[in-house]
Structure formats: C-alpha cells, structure tokens
Ligand binder design. Structure first.
Ligand code: GLN
Length: 325
C-alpha cells in the first residue's frame, strides 16, 4: 500500500496538466453568496457540464444568508473570540473576503465532513471552520458549491478557505497553499455485496476491465484515471456527487466506486446491498486550501488551526462525527 501511495502521488503530479485542463470545468453554483464583495464573477465556471447539483446547492444556501440572518444560523460563537480585541481581523493584519467574516468554500455532499441538515451545512469541517473563525474574531459564512469550484473561489479571494475533506496533492499545491493537515482520509472501494471484485488488486490486474464510478476531480478520479483508465484496465464514470456514483453502483451502471472512506461509510449505510472492501486504495491528508496571495490570513488561520489541533478541539469534533471502530 505504501508503494501505491507513492505511485499515486507521483502520478498525481504528472496529472497536473490534465487537472489544469479540467480546472475550467463545470459547476453550477448559482447559490453563490458572492453577492457582494469581490465579484469577478463565478460565472466563468458555468460553461457546460452537467448541472445536476444546482438543486442541492440551492437548498443549502443558508451560507450566503447567514450574514443577514440575525439568528446567526451557523455564525460562529463569537464567545470564543471574546479575548480577541478586534472583530474584523484588521488589528491582526489580515483581510478577509467579506469584512468581519471567515468565508468557507465547501461542497456539502461529503458526510460527515460537510452535509446539509435542516437547511444548514453541518459536519466536521463546518465545526472546525467555526472554531477557527471564533479564534480570529470572525463570523463564519459557508458557501456551498461544486467541489471543482472550491480552488478557484479560494484563489480568486471570494472565499477565505476551502474546507472540504480536500486532499493535499502536488498539483493542488501549485494552485493554493494548504494549512497543516487536520485529518487523514483513505480512498476505499465500494462494491455490490456479490461483486467479483474482492480486493483493490483486482482493479489493477492484467486484463481487468471494470467500470469505476468516482466523484469528478476528486483524488479518487485522479488516481483511478492514472492507475486504471490510462493503462486501459477499465473506464471511469465521473459523477458530480459521490452519492450519485453510489447510486450508479446500486443500479449496475458501474462495478465499483472509489471514494473517501467516511462518506463511503455514510453512503453504504444508506443503500442496501453494498459493502466497502477491506483493502484500501490509498491514504491521504486533508487540509484547508487557502490563497497564496493572502499570507497574513494564511498565517492567522494556520496558527488557529494548529492551536485547535494541539488543544484537542479538532479531535473532539472528529470524534463527535466518527466513532472509532
Ligand atoms: N478527498 C477527496 C479530494 O480531495 C474528496 C474530497 C471531496 O469530495 N469533498 O479530492
């Protein structure tokens, strides 16, 4: 497995080009809360591609509104910030996309890291971001968008950080700066209970020809494209949401799904007749993505995150959502 990780990482960097090509892809985040502020339009993301997600983007748009929502839906408990002199961050020397707020870009279809519940984006990442915001004296605002759009939102300064169970990869590191890692992810393989695929190696075996479902532009997509599709050991079916890939598995359109372990568990719990293979595809590190151009904010967020890791807050949040096996 270690070899696998290394290989995949190397391949991931080779993939930089094709990632760049994909960078201009899709999305339909018309829920965008970029209403005000720096709006050099996210519409550049709108050309083409299937827009199947606009619905869930829309229903979780609380993010954008939380600002005016006096109830402060998921506004950070500014109580943590009590000691922090200044609420806008100016005294700390950093600026944010929206004054007084910490804007988090995410794709809320990735339980338990981020998902929509009762019209709110909740989950591990949302709580971590809330804790960071609290430390910085800011109010958290969450912008739900396609996974694909997160890096651009961060790069363009529309969002302060991308927190989305996002794996640190060499090609992404060319686009954004990652904070310290706050969690480990594992790419796993979901199959139908009676599948003839019994281990990860079956996917790479000579003569293999499986159809593999993935979430577009995630590491599951990147790795399987390199390891399987490019070697003509199968084809990749790309979906905008992990849950859609899992449905495709259920209906027999794909033979397996390669996806992060925690959402995998959540999806398998929802859909009968599926299981996760014991063999893991690769392990990876999750971190927050930030602009390379806002170093003061990067320092502030990274330091806050490090403190939250050191004092056990992050682990406490993770433990709330993920029970040890
Ligand atoms: N960890 C995976 C990646 O970074 C998937 C993240 C996600 O779908 N939110 O590509």
């Amino acid at each position: 497995m270690k070899m696998k990780k290394l290989t995949a990482l190397l391949l991931a960097s080779v993939m930089a080009l094709s990632m760049a090509a994909c960078g201009s892809t899709p999305t339909s985040n018309d829920n965008s809360s970029q209403d005000s502020s720096s709006a050099e339009s996210s519409s550049d993301t709108a050309e083409g591609s299937e827009a199947s997600d606009s619905s869930d983007a829309a229903d979780s748009s609380q993010a954008s509104d939380s600002s005016d929502a006096a109830d402060g839906s998921q506004a950070s408990d500014s109580s943590d910030a009590a000691d922090g002199s200044d609420a806008s961050g100016e005294a700390e020397g950093f600026t944010t996309a929206v004054e007084g707020k910490l804007t988090m870009a995410t794709n809320a279809a990735f339980p338990p890291y981020e998902y929509v519940e009762g019209g709110q984006v909740v989950g591990i990442d949302a709580e971590i971001a809330d804790a960071i915001a609290g430390k910085l004296g800011l109010e958290l605002q969450i912008d739900d968008m396609e996974f694909d759009s997160i890096t651009e939102a961060v790069k363009g300064g529309k969002a302060d950080l991308g927190l989305a169970g996002m794996t640190v990869t060499p090609d992404r590191q060319e686009e954004v700066d990652f904070t310290v890692s706050y969690a480990t992810g594992v790419q796993v393989i979901i199959v139908n209970e009676d599948s003839d695929i019994t281990s990860a190696d079956d996917l790479f075996a000579e003569g293999a020809s499986h159809v593999i479902g993935v979430q577009r532009n995630t590491t599951g997509d990147i790795y399987t494209t390199d390891d399987i599709e490019k070697k003509e050991l199968g084809t990749i079916d790309r979906y905008s949401k992990g849950a859609d890939a899992v449905q495709a598995l259920k209906t027999g359109k794909v033979d397996c799904v390669v996806i992060d372990n925690e959402p995998a568990k959540a999806f398998v719990a929802e859909v009968e007749g599926l299981k996760i293979l014991d063999t893991e595809y690769i392990t990876e590190d999750y971190a927050a993505a930030m602009s390379k151009d806002n170093t003061a904010l990067y320092e502030a967020v990274n330091t806050a995150l490090q403190e939250l890791i050191a004092d056990g807050t992050v682990q406490g949040i993770i433990d709330k959502y993920i029970t040890a096996e």
